[in-house]
Design a protein around this ligand. Structure first.
Ligand SMILES: Cc1cc2nc3c(=O)[nH]c(=O)nc-3n(C[C@H](O)[C@H](O)[C@H](O)COP(=O)(O)O)c2cc1C
Length: 179
């Protein structure tokens, strides 16, 4: 609970590089995430080249509060998902939800973010950007989709925790009781 409550979206980073071994630990956190029938649809692109990070930054709108972190952070991780395997059985969608890649990559991203926090590193999930543009920049093939990105580095400033809903607003017993 300490890790879950203490993790914050970090949008300002120190220039200090992230040790290779630490990066590897984070990638292991992705590797050991749960996934639909252990299909492991995730793929991660590690971008360290300043030109590469700047190019990815052009896919964010100027109003995205995470824009500057795309170039300030020493690393940007791009989380992708292979289409048509998570949630599928013999090529057919097994549920009305279709592809579960958003779910599986979401779990992987959470493992990554919590592990990063436990190692003193900051992350911020970035979902609001031009996905097509990022797919072009990174030369992503048709069967893969870019889901989200996160800068990675040592926090230069801590974030303030935005308020959460009370349990009574989203937990119901026996039947749905929301409005
Ligand atoms: C799917 C998803 C997409 C997000 N996209 C962005 C984004 O594009 N830009 C940004 O600054 N933060 C983004 N965030 C971060 C949220 O704003 C943040 O998690 C939320 O305000 C709660 O703050 P906390 O992470 O510090 O607890 C995103 C978070 C999630 C889970």
């Amino acid at each position: 609970m300490e890790g879950i409550k203490g993790r914050r979206s970090i949008r300002k980073y120190k220039r200090d590089p992230v040790p290779e071994e630490t990066l590897r630990t984070l990638l292991e956190a992705v590797r050991w995430s749960p996934s639909w029938a252990n299909t492991q649809c995730w793929e991660v692109i590690v971008v360290k080249d300043p030109k590469g990070k700047a190019a990815l930054g052009t896919a964010l709108s100027k109003r995205n509060p995470a824009l500057s972190s795309m170039t300030n952070a020493p690393i940007v991780l791009v989380l992708c998902g292979k289409k048509g395997i998570s949630g599928f059985y013999k090529g057919q969608a097994a549920t009305v939800k279709g592809d579960w890649l958003m779910f599986d990559t979401g779990m992987a991203m959470q493992n990554l973010c919590l592990t990063a926090h436990s190692l003193g590193l900051g992350t911020v999930v970035i979902g609001l950007f031009d996905h097509k543009k990022v797919e072009e920049i990174l030369e992503i093939p048709q069967n893969i989709e870019v889901v989200a990105m996160t800068p990675l580095g040592y926090p230069a400033a801590e974030g303030i925790a935005p308020k959460r809903k009370e349990l009574s607003q989203f937990v119901f017993y026996d039947k749905y009781q929301g409005k």
